[in-house]
Design a protein around this ligand. Structure first.
Ligand SMILES: NC(=O)c1ccc[n+]([C@@H]2O[C@H](COP(=O)([O-])OP(=O)(O)OC[C@H]3O[C@@H](n4cnc5c(N)ncnc54)[C@H](O)[C@@H]3O)[C@@H](O)[C@H]2O)c1
Length: 318
């Protein structure tokens, strides 16, 4: 059994490499080469435990991510997502690798958003708004810079001190990039071409009247039927793309809440980002459209990363 640590994941899973792996994962799922069931989650006293299994046909592997999500962990100086991906060989059913899942989750989530942004955002997108300032905000800034010529970044976060720390750190990392902390989410998204929502919030922080025509939104933070970051009116205004339709119908507050309110209908989902990548459904159709990617996070994304890292380490050890 090969063990791959958090540090090794961060070293080997570079953003450009992970973006390409995520295209493979999402198109493979759409084509039925990869299969997965919707994750099961179990509430814990102060967090939750998620179990996410999948099969990768082309890679002849299967596996599962087991991850704890503890939203208050940043107060303890710990990551909110911790766990492992266990990878198995298809032919024998033998477990072959255990890979740090917190690091994979951080990188692959942003890499998925990058692959989708490259597909759906206007090519001339320059202004990025980041709502949130945790691990996903760090990874998403790197991811957005990888796919668009970002010239300006505006940030909003709650609590403000968290946002101040983030802006200070990101200015050190990207000294030439203008990064500004804003007082409100509305100020941060004013005139933005791309918006990433990466907050641990339960109620909407982004509303229709705050968003300019032509914007692309990656809604990443909320992953349960009762939580969301994007308001019903904005979901209705936007063309809604999802990572997996079954997961969206089971887990997405961004979709289920406006559906229950009667503001959107079931056919409001345009389709999956994998289908758009394969050209099976249209992507952006005009510079004025608002496109919205509702990211829930999929086992296929995690296990593809785990296998790529396993293959590499196996080759190094030979
Ligand atoms: N879609 C996916 O695949 C995926 C993957 C990983 C994480 N997530 C979700 O993304 C979110 C961010 O994850 P992370 O790893 O960056 O977490 P983190 O703990 O590192 O950061 C959380 C961020 O949310 C902010 N926040 C906390 N409470 C808030 C509130 N009430 N209103 C607004 N902002 C608030 C914090 O200040 C911080 O900026 C989480 O909700 C997480 O579950 C989604």
């Amino acid at each position: 059994m090969i063990i791959i640590s958090k540090e090794e994941v961060h070293q080997a899973l570079t953003m450009p490499r992970c973006i390409s792996l995520m295209r493979e994962a999402l198109t493979g799922l759409e084509e039925g080469v990869n299969t997965q069931s919707v994750r099961s989650t179990m509430a814990m006293p102060t967090g939750l435990l998620g179990f996410m299994p999948c099969y990768l046909g082309a890679r002849h592997k299967f596996g599962a991510k087991i991850i704890s999500v503890y939203p208050e962990n940043s107060k303890r100086g710990l990551p909110s997502h911790q766990g492992q991906v266990l990878l198995f060989e298809e032919e024998t059913g033998e477990p072959v690798a255990l890979v740090d899942a917190g690091a994979i989750t951080d990188i692959r989530t942003a890499a998925v958003s990058a692959a989708v942004t490259d597909l759906l955002a206007r090519k001339d997108s320059r202004h990025l708004a980041m709502l949130g300032s945790g691990a996903q905000a760090i990874a998403h800034l790197e991811a957005m810079l990888a796919v668009r010529d970002i010239q300006e970044v505006t940030v909003w976060s709650y609590p403000k001190a968290h946002g101040e720390q983030y802006v200070e750190n990101m200015k050190k990392k990207y000294p030439k990039l203008p990064i500004t902390l804003c007082e409100t989410a509305a100020d941060a998204v004013k005139g933005a071409d791309i918006i990433c929502t990466v907050c641990h919030c339960t109620d909407p922080i982004l509303f229709g009247n705050m968003v300019s025509p032509g914007t692309h939104i990656n809604a990443v933070g909320a992953c349960t039927p009762t939580t969301r970051e994007v308001s019903s009116d904005l979901v209705k205004l936007a063309r809604l793309y999802v990572d997996q339709v079954e997961a969206c119908r089971a887990e997405s507050g961004e979709y289920l809440i406006p559906l229950k309110e009667g503001i959107i209908t079931k056919d409001h989902i345009v389709g999956t980002v994998g289908a758009a990548m394969l050209g099976r459904i249209p992507g952006r159709r005009s510079p004025q459209e608002i496109t919205l990617f509702d990211s829930l996070g999929l086992a296929t994304e995690d296990v593809v990363c785990a296998d790529a890292l396993y293959q590499e380490k196996l080759a190094q050890e030979k």
